[in-house]
Ligand binder design. Structure first.
Ligand SMILES: *Cc1c(COP(=O)(O)O)cnc(C)c1O
Length: 397
């Protein structure tokens, strides 16, 4: 059989069989409208409510009515950020703090708000892929409406000091939102302990279906609707409930939390094994801190090559990987995340992200390590950039 290794789980994951099984009845058996009054619709509603409980419990929410279902991570980010910005602007607060390496769902919201007149401070990310809490605290002003910092980065996998950030925000009475799309299901999250006010998540990043997500909005925080219409989600997010999707998301998060510890241990072994061995390739580097890192994330750069060529050659060997975020592929600019941690353009171009899930094994790691070094070598043989690096090396010796 031809080799096929899926190592792009930060882009999306497969819906697991157990999740699919629980979703199936909601397509053509329990298809009632969850907002209808007859008992047939109420069965759909029960599925939605159960999922709400499963999600609330997975992130340590006080009450399941703090969970609002959305159409995915991007919608949750848009709702949270634009919502808080517009409600705080009425109180004269027009300043937002975020970081330079957020997902585009966050950065593009901030671009839009800037055009509306908001002032945006984007914190620098240090070379270890982490933001500094003291710098964040120093950026807080009298008119700061919102701090939005991602829980874990989608390209380099670094996990931010979220609890410390939450405490600083609480101390200064600033609302704190986190895009936790990469973190949920992979590392433990407790919104109360970390003083998080709003948290975005997306089902398809933890083996649930695509096109469904949720926003946690702590009780007491009131933001305007993003989607107006019917009275679904307690009047705060209109649209007939995506019942099957929501049920799938609930099932997926429950499984993810129950298997988290064992999986984190296994995936971090795979991760560390690949990083340790890939670093034996000359002029390679790992992006981001090795300790504060998602269990399944490997992010590397190889000088003198193009990430895109590397991906195509890995694809020819049956390996699905990424050079950064799915959103930047197709453009020739290097990833804003790699630039934000201070990598020069030419180094950032040679990036490779491998992201693993439950379905990956140590054999996958062995296979990847057997094909990767020869590919890098071949690409370097064809690369004028590599020639130049070697020439400079000689001159300096
Ligand atoms: C995938 C991702 C999103 C977008 O989620 P969708 O459900 O695809 O809209 C947002 N933020 C981060 C960090 C992500 O990884």
């Amino acid at each position: 059989m031809e080799k096929f290794i899926y190592a792009d789980n930060a882009a999306t994951t497969a819906v697991s069989n157990k999740v699919l099984e629980q979703m199936m009845p909601y397509f053509s058996e329990q298809y009632g409208n969850a907002s209808s009054l007859y008992s047939f619709g109420q069965k759909a509603k029960a599925g939605v409510n159960k999922a709400r409980e499963q999600i609330a419990s997975a992130i340590g929410a006080e009450n399941s009515n703090e969970i609002y279902f959305t159409g995915g991570g991007s919608e949750s980010d848009n709702w949270a950020i634009k919502g808080v910005a517009h409600s705080m602007a009425k109180k004269g607060k027009n300043h937002i703090i975020s970081t330079a390496f957020e997902h585009h769902a966050v950065l593009h919201c901030l671009d839009k708000l800037k055009k509306e007149g908001f002032e945006i401070t984007l914190l620098d990310v240090h070379s270890d892929g982490l933001v500094r809490v003291d710098e964040l605290e120093a950026a807080i002003r009298e008119d700061t409406a919102l701090v939005t910092v991602m829980y874990a980065n989608n390209e380099i996998g670094t996990v931010q000091p979220i609890k410390e950030i939450g405490e600083v925000c609480k101390k200064h009475r600033v609302i704190f939102h986190t895009d936790a799309v990469q973190a949920v299901g992979n590392i433990p999250i407790d919104v109360k302990d970390a003083a998080i006010d709003l948290l975005s998540m997306s089902s398809h990043k933890f083996h649930g279906p695509k096109g469904v997500g949720a926003l946690y909005i702590r009780k007491g925080i009131v933001i305007p609707n993003l989607i107006d219409g019917g009275a679904q989600e307690r009047g705060r997010r209109a649209g007939t409930e995506n019942t099957a999707g929501i049920v799938g998301m609930g099932a997926a998060i429950e499984i993810a939390v129950a298997t988290m510890e064992e999986r984190a241990k296994r995936l971090s072994e795979i991760r560390d094994y690949i990083i340790d061995n890939a670093l034996k390739i000359e002029r390679s580097r790992v992006n981001g801190d090795r300790k504060h890192r998602l269990p399944g994330n490997v992010s590397l750069c190889f000088e003198g090559i193009e990430g895109e060529s590397l991906l195509l050659m890995l694809d020819a060997k049956g390996v699905c990987a990424s050079s950064g975020s799915a959103c930047t592929s197709g453009s020739l600019d290097p990833s804003h995340v790699l630039l934000s941690i201070g990598l020069p353009h030419e180094v950032a171009h040679g990036s490779l992200r491998l992201s693993f899930s439950d379905e990956n094994t140590m054999e996958d790691a062995e296979y990847i390590l057997s094909v990767l070094p020869p590919i890098v070598e071949r690409l370097r043989l064809m690369s004028p950039l590599w020639d130049r690096i070697k020439m400079e090396e000689k001159e300096n010796n």
